[in-house]
Design a protein around this ligand. Structure first.
Ligand code: UT7
Length: 337
């Protein structure tokens, strides 16, 4: 018998997604690196991913936002705060949130970017909830996750390039009283070197030492992304079920009472192991990694949108969104849709 704690939470008023039109299938990767459809499918579950053909990241984010705004039946001017989760922004400044605000015509709202890598959507959701709960000026939040991993993926590294895709998704959020809500968020910076990318030059005109200070981080090839796949895999298979359990504990609900768990889509084997450790069937896990690959912070809301469109998630369902990724970071958020 569960003892669900009712609290102040969120109302997901509208949702939307946008994927670039260009699609790269496993066979396309077999033409550029030593790999095969069979290896990628068996080891990751991925078949295709969408890749930007020049559309900027903010373009994807803005289209997803417009769809969510239409779904929520509100006007852009109703938005008080825009939060954008991204680790692949178009510029260091201006922020992605300001660019998306300009594109959708929501001027006047607050706009802030967050970078929690693949966990960004969960962090953003919890941040939105706290603003909505504590700030009288914030009634409507637009939360967007927009990513173009193609910007920093090393297309000569077969162990990582096959994993990633581009895409965006957005939620329009309001406060909801007396509802199911809990969150569990955390980070472990000791794993910082396991997933890394640097798009900034480290030289400057005043520097006279050619060597970097040794900060125990990988020496990066230009700006490209590097990953210690096995370390991330080990971390993910523990962090994912642990975050779900911790969020469930706080909400007074057991994992099998959740109608759907939407995990970060990095590798289907990670999700299968997590389901096993949680004692829930794979039917409960929402998985669309075959279509999109890993779109970092956008992977959870994109999967959520597809699950709603296909009737797998319905209004009133108890949902857990659970992420893990660079930082290292991890988080789970439970709410009623
Ligand atoms: O958002 C978070 C981001 N990242 C992740 O979640 C990544 C987590 N890690 C993983 O998903 C997996 O570790 C990978 C998919 C990256 C790799 O899968 P794996 O089963 O751990 O493979 P492995 O690294 O143990 O490599 C096994 C073999 C190696 O060959 P040898 O040494 O056994 O001859 C690799 O060189 O597979 C080889 N390999 C490939 N072969 C064909 C690695 N990548 C490929 C490839 N195609 N694309």
């Amino acid at each position: 018998m569960s003892d669900i704690k009712m609290t102040t939470g969120i109302n997901v008023k509208g949702i939307g997604k946008c994927l670039p039109e260009m699609i790269a299938a496993n066979e396309d990767f077999a033409k550029i690196v030593d790999t095969s459809d069979e290896w990628i499918t068996q080891r990751t579950g991925i078949k295709t991913r969408h890749i930007s053909n020049g559309e900027p990241n903010y373009y994807l984010g803005a289209r997803a936002a417009e769809m969510a705004i239409a779904d929520a039946d509100i006007q852009p001017s109703d938005i008080d705060l825009i939060i954008v989760a991204t680790c692949t922004p178009d510029f260091y400044t201006p922020s992605e949130s300001c660019l998306i605000q300009r594109e959708i015509g929501a001027s006047g709202s607050m706009a802030i970017d967050i970078n929690c890598a693949c966990t960004g959507f969960d962090y953003g959701l919890d941040m939105a909830k706290r603003y909505l709960q504590s700030d009288d000026d914030v009634h409507t939040v637009l939360l967007v996750a927009a990513e173009e991993l193609s910007k920093f993926v090393d297309y000569t590294d077969r162990s990582s390039c096959i994993l990633f895709g581009d895409g965006a998704a957005a939620f329009v959020l309001e406060k909801r009283e007396n509802t199911l809500y809990s969150s569990y968020l955390g980070a472990d910076g000791t794993g910082a070197s396991f997933l890394a990318a640097r798009a900034l030059r480290s030289e400057n005109v005043f520097r006279n030492n050619k060597e970097e200070f040794d900060m125990n981080m990988p020496q990066l090839k230009e700006h490209f992304f590097t990953q210690e796949g096995k370390e991330v895999y080990k971390f993910a298979t523990k962090a994912l079920p642990n975050a779900v359990l911790k969020a469930c504990e706080k909400a007074g609900i057991s994992p099998d009472e959740l109608d759907a768990i939407v995990p970060h889509q990095a590798n289907v084997r990670i999700i299968e192991t997590a389901a096993k450790n949680l004692g829930v069937s794979m039917d409960k896990m929402v998985v669309y990694i075959d279509r999109y690959g890993n779109t970092s912070s956008a992977s959870i809301p994109i999967a959520f949108c597809d699950a709603v469109a296909e009737g797998r998630i319905k209004r009133g369902d108890k949902i857990c969104l659970v992420g893990f990724g660079g930082g290292l970071t991890y988080a789970a958020v439970i709410f009623e849709y």
